[in-house]
Write a protein that binds this ligand. Structure first.
Ligand SMILES: C[S@@+](CC[C@H](N)C(=O)[O-])C[C@H]1O[C@@H](n2cnc3c(N)ncnc32)[C@H](O)[C@@H]1O
Length: 415
């Protein structure tokens, strides 16, 4: 029995070591203690131990098309969110998206016996599994509710912390109403197709971020579900545009790939890199979208390779579109040096490609020292602030208008 405990503890310690190496820094002590104490394999009983203590998400439920609908999020995602939340002993916490119950168990550990956790799961079968995992672990300060987490849990409010573990398109009114005056709301928020985990606290008007981190999540179900629109183009399809926030599409866009390709190269050469702040700067362009590029079409040289492996940022307008691409101009196979460019299709494709490249170049020139991004969520009924004029991005949703500012702010350069 002791041997088994030692082995399990070693598995958890190994997971934390690999996590620290991956992030380049150790976890915050309280979060590391919780992840050492809670046996993740109890919450994913059908997964091999190597997956339970691996660094990936463990998918537990899929829909008929094979798309993941529930999972134990990747340990790095879980740890990052808990660090942003800064959960303390004795607090009352609400989690939206119980999933396997693993995060609820970590929260239960962080709040201790003097605190409490309410977790809501939309899918009844998933909620039952979460209950049985939490029972097997022995958490006695967690309540699992089945229902739509967008409505919160008014009977247990107010909450010191609210953590949403499914991708949200807006900040739901009940979450703000049920948050304690000095509470913190942490949620993966989609803005123009960009998902960021934002930790919000109350401001004079609405909410203001205290941290913003890039990550991805299973989308919200129920009344808060606002899907993006997928527009397939060409045979295959060669490209699929994913468009957020109901931006309109002209039917002529479907013929965009019929014409000539225009390629524009920038003088930006860099190793492949995350560009999370630059992404907001590109998202200010009308018709901003994510472009998924078919690998077979790239191999057949019908279209250029996307700049980013999971899809490129792009823009569309009328019957034209452009997306960011890259080509290797040096370095090694392991660490290639990439020149950033854009390729355009349709009558205005060359202009759109030029616009994208101009934005990337302007960002590089103006933000060499790095920038900090801040997000405000203001109730739709509130008066616009003068600061909105200087904002990087303003997105109107159903309950809130989101204002993203960067410091220092880049100056718009039209090309
Ligand atoms: C990434 S998983 C959550 C991981 C979970 N926190 C864990 O520790 O295993 C997202 C979960 O959110 C649930 N979900 C999605 N929309 C929801 C909603 N409106 N209300 C409650 N749960 C929701 C999904 O069914 C899924 O189980």
């Amino acid at each position: 029995m002791d041997d088994t405990r030692d082995e399990e503890l070693a598995l958890r310690a190994g997971m934390l070591d690999r996590l620290a190496t991956m992030r380049g820094r150790p976890l915050v002590d309280s979060v590391a203690d919780a992840m050492l104490a809670v046996p993740r394999h109890v919450f994913v009983p059908n997964a091999p131990l190597s997956d339970a203590y691996g660094l990936g998400a463990v998918v537990t439920h899929r829909d008929r098309q094979g798309v993941a609908t529930s999972s134990a999020s990747a340990p790095g995602t879980v740890a990052g969110m808990l660090e942003q939340a800064e959960v303390c002993q004795g607090q009352r916490v609400l989690e939206i998206g119980a999933g396997t119950g693993y995060n609820a168990a970590l929260l239960a550990h962080l709040v201790g016996q003097s605190g409490s956790v309410t977790t809501i799961e939309y899918d009844a079968e998933v909620a039952d599994a979460a209950r049985s995992h939490l029972d097997a672990y022995g958490a006695n300060n967690v309540r699992v509710l089945t229902g739509d987490g967008t409505l919160g849990a008014a009977e247990d409010a107010p909450f010191d912390r609210i953590l949403v573990t499914a991708g949200a398109w807006d900040v739901a009114g009940p979450w703000v109403e049920q948050l304690a005056p000095d509470g913190r709301l942490v949620l993966p928020l989609r803005l123009r197709g960009l998902t960021r985990v934002v930790a919000f606290e109350r401001a004079v008007v609405g909410l203001r971020s205290v941290s913003v981190v890039e990550d991805g999540f299973i989308p919200m179900k129920g009344i808060g579900a606002i899907p993006e629109k997928n527009v397939p183009l060409g045979p295959g399809p060669d490209l699929t545009l994913r468009i957020d926030d109901g931006q309109p599409v002209n039917p002529s866009l479907l013929q965009a790939l019929d014409g000539e390709l225009a390629l524009v190269w920038s003088d930006v050469v860099e190793p492949w890199a995350w560009t999370p702040e630059q992404d907001f700067w590109l998202a200010t362009l009308p018709g901003f979208c994510r472009v998924f590029v078919n690998a077979e079409a790239v191999k057949a040289e019908r279209i250029p390779r996307a700049k980013d492996p999971w899809g490129a940022w792009g823009v569309y307008s009328g019957a034209s579109l452009a997306y960011l691409c890259s080509r290797q101009v040096g370095g090694t196979d392991q660490m290639p040096m990439l020149q950033v460019g854009a390729c355009g299709f349709g009558p205005d494709g060359a202009d759109l490609a030029q616009l994208l490249v101009g934005r990337v170049r302007a960002w590089q020139e103006q933000t060499a020292g790095g920038v900090e991004v801040m997000v405000e969520a203001r109730p739709l009924s509130s008066m616009p602030l003068p600061a909105e004029d200087a904002a990087l991005l303003v997105v109107d949703k159903l309950a809130h208008v989101f204002v993203v500012t960067a410091s220092p702010a880049p100056v718009s350069v039209e090309v």
